[in-house]
Design a protein around this ligand. Structure first.
Ligand code: GLY
Ligand code: MN
Ligand code: MN
Length: 466
């Protein structure tokens, strides 16, 4: 099947209308893209990040100060560009013309944002949007026809966004491919990476070389016991010989679509016995849960399965004791070592919409699970089990007899230097199973040998060909 040549904005608008149903069949949706903002007390603009809902209805991932309208009754999608600002052309060059935009985007009409045209098109119509009136919306709302923020519109957009079409999947494949290459580059270049900052730089360099100007999120580059900090932000410590592991969680963005991948490798190319145990346990958690992915599968169940495997492995390693798997699971002691969820929706946002998390869940095992639905074909999710040895998180458990009785402190102490392991891949739910979009190896022997080869050569042995 060949892909449409343009981002399928019209079919997205139609899908949203379908979700919204008859109650809104006379409405006109109005969404806007952010305007460029200056930093306070400075004439420099802040980095631009496209509004994901605007992008969903246009595919115009780099247009600022624009608007899109979708007239449900007449099935008309229109893109509204900001009027030409001559001073801005002097500094930033010519923007897209109306003709160029019409050619580039899958819309029925392209116009400049001005009150006159908006009045002709929308006088007396019911305008609905997802946010309070701001920037370019004012031209449309000056009509006297009213404008309301409709939560149902946002819900419909979210549900439509959660099922990816072929075109979106192609964009996500490209984000995944760039991410694979950049992770491989990092893994291959240990001799020139002596600091977490070097790992960060290596990843971003390779992602940018392949055309990803933006990362889906700030790369998490940690080493040693800092691998136990889930969203570590410092990225500035020396790797050092006494540390065991590096953990890098990084994903490129491709035309607003994200990848989100984590790999872990031994700093000197050799797994310690404890690090290998933990790594293979996490890999087993990932493999077993991923293999069950198919439409209709409950994500809660897979999350629970990942905890069950953790408990079984910890009993095997001797970190847990004095209880059966079911008793330890029921006590929720494993939450100390796996405090986050098995995965989340992935799309334009890294933690994408329509996962319906419940951050107030009284059960700590499910509180940070960002996906609480049964899976559907077309969902893209991360599968990212982890095991962490984080002093701060463990302390309350070690003080609570309910948990302490299951933990062998002496064995645990041997595992503390492992810090943390997470293995994270991006997975598409297909109509009868799943497809893993992440191709970079997570096999512990292959990973170690990639690292070792770099160390032997004394330089990176991987070069991205673009
Ligand atoms: N990179 C953030 C996460 O894995 O959810
Ligand atoms: Mn993730
Ligand atoms: Mn991640």
């Amino acid at each position: 099947m060949s892909l449409p040549t343009k981002y399928p904005a019209r079919s997205h608008a139609q899908r949203v209308a379908e979700q919204l149903g008859a109650e809104f069949s006379d409405a006109v949706y109005l969404l806007t893209s952010p305007t460029l903002e200056l930093y306070p007390y400075c004439d420099q603009t802040q980095p631009f990040r496209q509004d994901r809902y605007f992008n969903y209805l246009t595919g115009a991932h780099d247009l600022s100060g624009a608007a899109v309208t979708y007239d449900v009754k007449n099935d008309k999608l229109a893109l509204w560009l900001p009027e030409l600002d001559e001073e801005d052309v002097m500094w930033s060059g010519l923007p897209l013309s109306l003709e160029q935009a019409k050619h580039k985007y899958d819309v029925d009409d392209v116009k400049y944002i001005n009150e006159k045209d908006a009045k002709v098109d929308f006088a007396g119509r019911r305008l609905i949007g997802i946010e309070e009136i701001k920037h370019s919306s004012k031209y449309f709302t000056a009509l006297g026809s009213g404008y309301t923020v409709e939560k149902k519109l946002q819900d419909a957009l979210d549900l439509a966004r959660s099922v990816k079409d072929e075109y979106e999947i192609a964009l996500m494949r490209r984000a995944a491919e760039i991410t694979d290459n950049s992770h491989l580059a990092v893994m291959s270049a240990l001799p020139i990476e002596q600091n977490e900052g070097h790992i960060h730089a290596e990843f971003v360099y390779h992602a940018m070389r392949q055309g990803s100007k933006f990362q889906a999120y700030d790369p998490i580059c940690c080493s040693g016991t800092d691998c136990g900090t889930l969203h570590y932000v410092k990225n500035d410590q020396e790797l050092g010989n006494e540390k065991q592991l590096v953990l890098i969680d990084a994903g490129a963005e491709w035309q607003c679509y994200a990848a989100d991948v984590t790999r872990v490798f031994p700093i000197n190319g050799e797994w310690t016995a404890e690090a290998r145990n933990i790594y293979t346990a996490v890999l087993d958690m990932q493999t077993q849960t991923m293999n069950k992915i198919k439409p209709g599968q409950s994500w809660d169940e897979l999350h629970l399965l990942s905890h069950r495997i953790l408990v079984e492995k910890f009993l095997e390693f001797g970190i847990f004791q004095n209880g059966t798997v079911d008793e330890i699971l029921a006590a929720r002691t494993s939450v100390a070592f796996l405090p986050h969820g098995l995965g989340h929706m992935l799309g334009m946002d890294t933690h994408d919409v329509a996962g319906f998390p419940n951050y107030d869940d009284s059960d700590p095992m499910f509180r940070y699970l960002r996906l609480r639905r049964d899976l559907k074909a077309g969902n893209v999710v991360t599968v990212e089990p982890g095991i962490y040895f984080n002093n701060f998180l463990l302390e309350p458990y070690l003080k609570d007899e309910k948990h302490l009785k299951f933990i062998n402190k002496e064995v645990l102490d041997k595992y503390m230097p492992v810090g943390g392991v997470r293995i994270e891949d991006d997975v598409l739910v297909t109509k009868d199973g799943f497809e893993n979009l992440t191709k970079i190896t997570s096999d512990p022997d292959e990973v170690a040998s990639i690292v070792k080869k770099g160390i032997e050569k004394g330089r990176s042995h991987f070069h991205v060909v673009v």
